[in-house]
Ligand binder design. Structure first.
Ligand code: HPA
Length: 245
């Protein structure tokens, strides 16, 4: 039996339409997850939902207990994680409002606990991470978008940055030279921990803003939040079709 876990990011701290049947406060060897996991039904199908930044969006990206979150989802029986992520758009195709299912990651984060094997390491604990997202779950997301009549960019390189501040223009130019299309603060170590935990993991990214230096405008959180609010119905519609598949 597969169980879908949805990790909600900025703009998705609550999941409107999710009928919550139980809140599971999971204790883990790594400390507390961001919030109680909401077990519920979406269009009649059982799902688990976890708001990455906490119920009131009070945990910044560099303070999220990624290990506790992934461990908690695993122990309650989640097999597949769909991570929703707000990102900045770096390359031309990634204008605000665009949806993307990335296929690569470059990790620029630091000082985050990024392995379940830190305390007990064995020689075979080096996971393969050539393709950081699960190929099948990516395909399911892309097909679900087609079913929903929505266009989604297939394949992008996600730059995971430390935050919580936004980037400088020069940092974004560097990320672009490195081949990154999108920039966000929470994609790592979430993705590699999911792989270590043998969970299928894919990201549905929504571009909230042009990355720093890509427009003349100063980035404002009001604009970013407005773009996310406008896009969240599309995200939910894709998730509804994922559940049907
Ligand atoms: N940079 C980093 N993370 C983000 C951005 C950004 O411009 N927008 C949304 N998350």
């Amino acid at each position: 039996m597969r169980l879908l876990g949805i990790i909600g990011g900025s703009g998705l701290a609550q999941y409107p339409g999710l009928e919550i049947t139980e809140q599971k406060q999971v204790e883990t060897p790594y400390g507390e997850p961001s919030a109680a996991i909401k077990m519920g039904t979406l269009n009649g199908k059982k799902v688990a939902f976890l708001p990455r930044h906490g119920d009131r969006h009070s945990i910044p990206p560099h303070r999220i207990n990624y290990r506790a979150n992934i461990h908690a989802l695993k122990v309650i029986g989640v097999t597949d994680i769909l991570a929703v992520a707000a990102v900045g758009g770096i390359t031309d195709k990634y204008a605000p409002g665009v949806l993307s299912v990335p296929d690569q990651i470059i990790d620029y984060t630091h000082s985050r606990e990024q392995s379940f094997f830190s305390e007990r390491f064995r020689a075979d604990n080096h996971i393969d991470f050539t393709w950081p997202y699960d190929a099948e779950l990516r395909q399911t997301l892309l097909s679900a978008a087609t079913d929903a009549g929505l266009s989604v960019n297939d394949g992008a390189t996600y730059a995971a940055v430390q935050g919580p501040r936004l980037e400088t223009a020069a940092e974004i130019r560097r990320l672009e030279r490195d081949g990154c299309d999108l920039v966000g603060m929470t994609g790592m170590p979430e993705a590699c921990l999911a792989r270590e935990a043998e969970l299928r993991y894919a990201t549905l990214a929504i571009v909230a803003n042009w990355a720093a230096g890509k427009t003349e405008n100063v980035l404002t959180m009001t604009e970013i939040q407005q773009t996310l609010a406008n896009g969240i119905d599309d995200v939910k519609s894709i998730i509804a079709h994922v559940i049907e598949r």
